[in-house]
Design a protein around this ligand. Sequence first.
Ligand code: SAM
Length: 224
Amino acid sequence: MADPTSSPSFFLDEAVHDYVISHTTPVDDVQHSLMDATAKLGPVANMQIAPDQGMFLSMLVSAIRPSFAVEVGTFTGYSSLAIARALPEGGRLLCCDVSEEWTAMARRHWSMAGVDDRIDLVIAPAVDTLRALPDDRVVDFAFIDADKTGYLDYYGELVPRLSPHGLIAVDNVLWSGRVVDDLAEGDVDTAALVEFNERVADDDRVEVVLLTVGDGVTLIRRRT
Ligand SMILES: C[S@@+](CC[C@H](N)C(=O)[O-])C[C@H]1O[C@@H](n2cnc3c(N)ncnc32)[C@H](O)[C@@H]1O
């Protein structure tokens, strides 16, 4: 099986991508095991974030030191592993997904990495999980990476809860560049991402930067 860490990014040619990977902290045995197991699932494995993006999430979380973090869209666990490992003592991660099957692989690798005791996984539509949070629950870090048509709902639930030093990171906001193409009829995911990007950029409550990491990652913080 091909080394999953060598898959080229949409935005970089292969040589530059290889250079990026070889100048980023390498993945460890647990991450390798998770990538190999996920690759065996077939084409859905493309949903997994790339290793450099995982390290980027770990860096953000290490800097923010969240007491409470949320992930919307866990799949087999690569991004949650990156977040959970970087949490400070006592920090917790709430993972939202609808798939028992895919998250079973996540649970196994959380356990292998020794971070399972700091993660709460809720199997339910993420919007229901977020709406069920206590009113006074403050979120210090969130990663949104689930169904694209739900992004605005997740954003709507998370922004009012975001702490002053908190960040929301949102994945796939460039959607392999399709966000700048003419919209194909029935392409609800691209339409949702285009609308999401516009609504967030126009939202006076927040500051935003759209980065060309992975498939495009937007970072959002509340204006203070
Ligand atoms: C792109 S994958 C997440 C990839 C993951 N962040 C990683 O790094 O491997 C999207 C996930 O969102 C989940 N999902 C889809 N619709 C959802 C919903 N309405 N609520 C919660 N999770 C959902 C899917 O089951 C899938 O596991």
